[in-house]
Design a protein around this ligand. Sequence first.
Ligand code: GLV
Ligand code: MN
Ligand code: MN
Length: 423
Amino acid sequence: MSGNANSNSLQMLAGHVDQDRLWQRHLDMASIGATPLGGVHRLPFSKEDAESRRLFLSWATARGFGTEMDDFGNIFVRREGTEKDLEPVVSGSHSDTQPNGGRFDGIYGVLAAFEALEAIDDAGIPTRRPIEAVIWTAEEADAQFGVGCLGSQAYANPSKLPRLLEIRNNLNIPVKQALAELMEDHLCVGHRAFQSPIAYYVEAHIEQGPELEARGKTIGIVTAIQGHRSFKVQVTGEAGHAGNTPERLRKDALVAAMQIFSELRKVFHDPNDVVRFTVGEMDVVPSAMAVIPGSVTFTIDFRHPDPETLQSLGDRIAVVTRENAGKCDVTVSELRHSSPVVFKGPVPEAILKAVESLDYSYMALPSGAGHDARYIAELAPAGMIFIPCWRGISHNEAESAKLVDMVAGTRVLARTLVELANL
Ligand code: GLV
Ligand code: MN
Ligand code: MN
């Protein structure tokens, strides 16, 4: 077979994207860690995470695709190209979720990539390069470990590995141990080395924001991912009796934390509504009605598309925190600092060509959320395809996407992958 998909077989490709198969696979995945309110709780490294990955591998093996895993548990499923030595085109996302997360964040990108591989195979389209569907390990690790996208970071830049493996979760378990347990019974045929070259990377994802739905567009061609810094603030006061301790003698850590929070909210207020500032986690110790809080730990998630603002506004956090701590002691540690990334060149160009040939409505837009594509872009030309999701809601059990849009995104992805695999 030649490595050039002719225009006839490319026309047929969209029809080979099987909406029932795609939907059934989503239902199968959504049943692993299903929550009573219709979401998914499949934390990174959990037994549910392991089960979703084993299911993915079982589908790949049944289909006769090759499988490989690297030392961070990233799983690659491969449809061979006609020129085996060429670097692969890779597409995928993550199968873990936030606590009480949704049924589409991450897994849609994995299943769209797998469906694209099957559709390309069913259509009998040869490609010069191999095409792979990937699950990146522990994308949603922020909630327990304070840092996300662990697997894609390790793959793209293994010099980070010693540091990543030592990060501990809130139960003091290091990534190293959680990872060993996760990978225990995964049966992959081949071993993949970190930084094995990738020709092009494409990630499909629900938008997780309101733009596509509000503008009635089916496809988003992602132009960039905004920068992201996150911090842990530790406020230490003194626990004491709620009845006996007069105000003048108190060192109430929660009062200080509230003061810091409210000053930070003023500093981060942006009349243009571009700044994203979130305190999503707060731990009050000892958290008892009759005890003055002795210590409070909270996190700050700050995002901005402009690198200078990301730097200067992010640097204000330590200053404002110190200035508003009152009689308490404070420490601020930075957990993550990811600069913005811009997608340009062959991947967005191939996505645009695919969207136009399939005649879907589309718009270009930046991503507010972080994605594995942000790190793989350090290794290979990369890009992303967004589809709308209901009211832009995500990291929420109510997250929802329409099957018609999921199919559209998968058709665009399949066509994009064929295009890139023949470059
Ligand atoms: C990804 O889940 C993010 O929080 O951006
Ligand atoms: Mn997410
Ligand atoms: Mn995601």
